[in-house]
Design a protein around this ligand. Structure first.
Ligand code: MBD
Ligand code: FE
Length: 291
């Protein structure tokens, strides 16, 4: 019999979260909501041509050996086997794509989505509580604010989709043994665009270290940390969707996020909640009208 004892259900493995991220991405691209669109021949010619040339130039400039070339080949094969292409791309490249895509915006800053978004989380009124387990570890956090258009008008019925890791750094649907929608919820702002919902303050987060990306990080002597973060997608009719993350002051990894996704505008300012256990924080979202 094959020994599968290393695959205990309570052990989260990079290959599992990677496979889930790959499957999620494929599903989303296949559904009408997020079609990948068609990239025309000229752009493929230009972009693939430049990418290949940049790598060839690097090989010559740095006098890359066969040992190094074969190490790269083995590693690229493993990225695929572990399903870590979404993780690799979102950690090391997405921040530049986001910068290009959102440069025109006047409203709130966006940042990268990362590999662990799932649409269709349960909806709550503006004062709701995110789904969590009994005794879910973490400091209670009330998150309040208002969604407005850039002209200052409140956006009634705006939706805030929130997702974040648990205290151990695991995202539901990408790690075993977590309830499907744990720490994922959609909050609908009131008639004045306001919300004040309940969640937990997330912990600093390490990307999976036991897969191909972790192997690269270890081989290069880098670290795997992201600062603690809350992921949001904020939407309102007639306005551009905001995909962003918010961070907490004092986190040692705010300055060296492995995913390069921290911006000064995305820093929260939590304070002790005078009315309840835990903390409270205010943050408003300002949305650009659709062009
Ligand atoms: C994450 O939680 C994340 O937000 C990013 C960008 C990459 C990997 C894991
Ligand atoms: Fe994340």
């Amino acid at each position: 019999m094959t020994d599968t004892s290393y695959q205990t259900e309570s052990t989260a493995r990079a290959a599992d979260s990677g496979a889930n991220a790959s499957a999620q991405f494929r599903e989303r691209m296949a559904s009408s909501g997020g079609r990948p669109g068609v990239v025309d021949h000229e752009r493929v010619n230009l972009l693939a041509g430049k990418a290949v040339k940049a790598l060839n130039d690097l090989i010559v400039e740095e006098q890359v050996s066969y040992t190094e070339y074969n190490a790269l080949k083995a590693w690229l094969i493993r990225v695929g086997e572990d399903g870590e292409w979404p993780l690799f791309l979102d950690v090391w490249l997405e921040h530049s794509v986001e910068e290009v895509a959102n440069a025109h915006r006047e409203g709130s800053k966006g940042t990268i989505e990362g590999p662990y978004y799932i649409g269709g989380s349960p909806e709550f009124a503006s004062d709701g509580t995110i789904p969590m387990r009994d005794g879910e570890p973490g400091t209670p956090l009330v998150f309040e604010g208002q969604v407005r258009s850039v002209d200052g008008s409140p956006l009634a019925g705006a939706k805030l989709e929130l997702w974040h890791a648990d205290d151990l750094g695991f995202y539901s649907q990408f790690a075993p043994d977590l309830p499907e929608w744990n720490l994922r919820g959609t909050f609908v702002a009131d008639d004045d665009g306001r919300y004040a919902f309940h969640t937990l303050r997330p912990a600093p987060y390490q990307i999976p270290t036991d897969g191909a990306c972790g192997q690269l990080i270890a081989a290069a002597g880098w670290h795997a940390w992201r600062p603690a973060h809350l992921h949001f997608k904020v939407s309102a009719p007639g306005h551009e969707l905001i995909t962003t993350q918010l961070y907490f002051p004092g986190d040692p990894h705010n300055e060296d996020d492995i995913a390069s996704a921290v911006k000064p505008e995305l820093m929260l300012d939590p304070r002790d909640n005078p009315n309840a256990d835990g903390e409270i924080v205010s943050y408003d979202f300002v949305m650009d009208p659709e062009q």
